[in-house]
Structure formats: structure tokens, C-alpha cells
Design a protein around this ligand. Sequence first.
Ligand SMILES: Nc1ncnc2c1ncn2[C@@H]1O[C@H](COP(=O)(O)OP(=O)(O)O)[C@@H](O)[C@H]1O
Ligand SMILES: [Mg+2]
Length: 283
Amino acid sequence: MANPTDAAGITFERVGDYAFARPTQRREDCPECGGTGLVRTRTQQNGREYDLVAPCGHATLQRRATSFNAARLPAVQAQATLETYKPSNAEQHRALQVAKEFAFRWPQLRGFVLSGPVGTGKTHLLCATLKHLAIELGVKVSYVEISLLYSQIRRGFQDGKSGGEIIGPLSTVDVLAIDELGKGRGSQFELETLDELIARRYNAGKVTLFATNYSLKPPEERAQRGYFGTETALEAGKDSKLLCDRVGDRIYSRLCEMCDFVEFPGATPDMRRSPQLAGRKRG
Ligand SMILES: Nc1ncnc2c1ncn2[C@@H]1O[C@H](COP(=O)(O)OP(=O)(O)O)[C@@H](O)[C@H]1O
Ligand SMILES: [Mg+2]
């Protein structure tokens, strides 16, 4: 479903599994360039006149739309914006505020982690933040659902690719959103992959955003105290509701350093079950 009234001059729709952006106007109808993609201006410097050639407004929109499309946001979030997020409690208000500050005050040194039950708009907020950065500011962003990344790496192994080759591009993008953190089998392979991705981004000074269904409570909340390395997180995390158990203490500790935490209460309503959303056309 396209949104032709988008103020930025870009239309968002669902194409296959991903959200897709394109300039609302066709290039040949661009009043600035008449279809060439370039505008010519004259400028004066030290008494001499120069011709300058620059991309037209349409070309800039096209470049940002292409960059947004490369981020591979889920199709269902094609229309998600910060403006359409409606908080229903104090924690969701805070999440919206944190996301807006991150987006509107870019560049940032710290990211954020959103934790809460399903259907509370965590993925919506991640995608809306990435959309703002990519479309309004031309920032290079990417989105990945963690268990899909693990299966992509496993498939890559069969084609002779190393895990590093696959996470390479995700390590260098300006802002990466990692969704469903803590999901998966919690195997040593998965935790090492995640650890490497987070460490590479951290070392490169890149900001990462996260969403998870697991609680952000600290390791002290565990019934049995003690250090959980990534190797032992598999056993420890199997039935735990705590993110620190699911990802191990090392990754959890990095998250504390890199991100602000927002946790929604268990009673936050699942919007997928709201009559308003249930009536919305899927496609
Ligand atoms: N507070 C909210 N305001 C507006 N839409 C919401 C809100 N919470 C959820 N939604 C919508 O409900 C659907 C499910 O939200 P999603 O972000 O996938 O939830 P989560 O990632 O927390 O499971 C999406 O279509 C999303 O746009
Ligand atoms: Mg989600």
C-alpha cells in the first residue's frame, strides 16, 4: 500500500519481503532538471563567474530511496514513522522520546535497546528511526532480524563464505538495527557471531539499535548468581526471560555501555490484537 501524500516526496510501499521507497515524482517530470538528473547554477568567486553542476532534488531523493531500500526493512513496516507511533504508557512515551532524540539529533554516540512484549511497536520504532535517518539525512542504515542473520550465515557456509564476509557490510554501516535480540538457539556459533558483530561495530565507533522480547534486568536478578560467559549462556539461557542470560554477560555488558535501555511493562497492549490494526489491509 503506497502512501502518496508523503511529505518528503518519497512513496513507501511493500515489495516482496521488504519496505520499498521511490520518489513520488518520475525523473522525467522533475521541474528542476527536466530528466537529466543535474542542475546547472552560476556562481561568482574573485570576480570570475563559474558554472556549477549538481544533482537535482529528484536525484537526491532517488539516492536516499535507494539507500533506504538497501537497508532491507521488513515490508510490514513500510509505513512506520515516528509520528504514527502512539504510546499507551510512560515507558512507550520514553521509548518514543529516546528514538526521536536519536533521529533528530544525529550524529549520536549511544544507541538504544527496546524491550517488551510482542506487538508493542519495538520494530515499528526501530524502522521509523532508520527511515528518518536514511530519508531525511541520507545516513547509511541497515536492519537485521538476528535469527535470519544466523540462517543467512549458515547458508553462506555451504557456499564457502565465511561468517565474517556476511557480517562485514553490517559492521560498517552508520546505524544498524538488530531486531529480536536473544532469539535463536543461543548456540556457541550464534553467540560468537553476535559478539563479533557488536565488537566490530563498537571498535569502529558505529552506533547500534536493538529490540528484544527479553527483559533488560541486570544479571543480579538471576536466581543463581555468577558470571555467564557466551559459552555457558546456552545452558543458562534456555528458559530464562532475562536478556543477559540469553546473550551472556559479555554482550550484555557491552550493551550497557553502548545503549540507553527502555523496557515496557508486561501489560503493555499488543497492537496486533487491536481492532484498529486488525482491520488494516495487509499486502
Ligand atoms: N504504539 C504504537 N503505535 C502505533 N502503531 C503501533 C504501536 N505499537 C505497535 N504498533 C503497530 O503494531 C504492529 C506490530 O508492531 P511491532 O512494531 O511489529 O511490534 P513488536 O516489534 O513490539 O512485536 C505494527 O504494524 C506496528 O506499526
Ligand atoms: Mg518486532
